[in-house]
Design a protein around this ligand. Structure first.
Ligand SMILES: N[C@@H](CCC[C@H](N)C(=O)O)C(=O)O
Length: 288
């Protein structure tokens, strides 16, 4: 039996990138960084990469607030956007829905749980928008390396902002590098004043990439939707691929198109794993 004060949640994922989803529309909730840390902790809490809070929106079907498992609040999450779009489509009975985030208003088309397409908006390549700590005229490859000066292990990443900051290192084999070791060093490198999501990308054809990501504030994840968008536009911008690619992530494929209108379209699945309730004292600030 559930107590009226308990807080319902959903556990969802997009290609294994997983989320605790709270609904603050009927009952306002205030999430402190330590709440997100506790919920995200796979040993102490439910365990997830991000905590997502659904809020009411004046402009869209729903507003989505995003917290990384380290408690930091961020502006974009591609995989969670598909999850929230799926819920909004089920609630409204419409296949075309909109999701507002702190990065902007995103339109979504839901053709069932396995084919959700999000218009992720326009990428930004300007160093100040990424942001980088110092001017770079060309962000297709910025001066940054890991390893010995004369034989770097990883070097010259592309940098791009797709609602959040990304650096993409081009490699011959995404599995040949210890991303779990280099990821935290690069995420916190002083060149990234807001930290960054760090990816290894391997071009496998004109229409396909392999990608592994160390996420800012979450670590190694099975999939990162915004990283797939960032890698796809960065690869096309370097002339390595066409503008329509399949991005193979450890959790499965995402289909990315950098459309002629400069918007990025991301298509993939979303899954509801289970629903549950949190005890009222789980959140450090009492539910409002
Ligand atoms: N998993 C997400 C990205 C979540 C936010 C990211 N870690 C950041 O700090 O910017 C995705 O699917 O895009």
């Amino acid at each position: 039996m559930t107590d009226a004060a308990s807080i319902p949640f959903r556990k969802m994922n997009g290609l294994g990138n997983d989320f605790v989803v709270l609904d603050a529309r009927t009952r306002p909730l205030s999430i402190a960084p330590e709440d997100a840390q506790r919920l995200g902790d796979r040993n102490r809490g439910i365990g997830c990469d991000q905590v997502i809070v659904m809020e009411s929106s004046q402009k869209a079907d729903v507003f989505m607030r995003i917290f990384n498992a380290d408690g930091s609040e961020v502006s974009a999450c591609g995989n969670a956007t598909r999850c929230i779009a799926l819920l909004a489509a089920e609630e409204t009975g419409r296949s075309e829905v909109s999701v507002e985030t702190n990065a902007g208003l995103l339109k979504a088309k839901v053709d069932g749980a396995n084919r959700i397409t999000i218009d992720m908006g326009r990428p930004r390549f300007n160093w100040e928008a990424i942001p980088l700590a110092e001017p770079f005229e060309d962000t297709t490859g910025i001066e940054l390396q890991i390893g010995p000066i004369d034989a770097p292990v990883l070097h010259t990443p592309s940098a791009v902002n797709v609602g959040n900051p990304h650096a993409i290192f081009w490699v011959n084999d995404v599995n040949a590098h210890d991303l779990g070791r280099f990821g935290p060093l690069l995420e916190n490198h002083p060149i990234f004043p807001e930290r960054a999501n760090i990816s290894l990308a391997q071009v496998t054809s004109r229409n396909s990439l392999k990608l592994r990501t160390w996420e800012r504030g979450a670590g190694l994840t099975k999939a990162c939707g915004t990283a797939a968008c960032a890698a796809a536009v960065a690869a096309a911008r370097k002339g390595l691929t066409d503008r329509k690619v399949t991005v193979e992530l450890p959790g499965g494929p995402l289909f990315i198109e950098w459309a002629e209108n400069d918007h990025i379209l991301m298509s993939g699945p979303a899954e509801l794993e289970f629903e549950g309730t949190l005890a009222p004292d789980t959140l450090s600030r009492a539910p409002v």
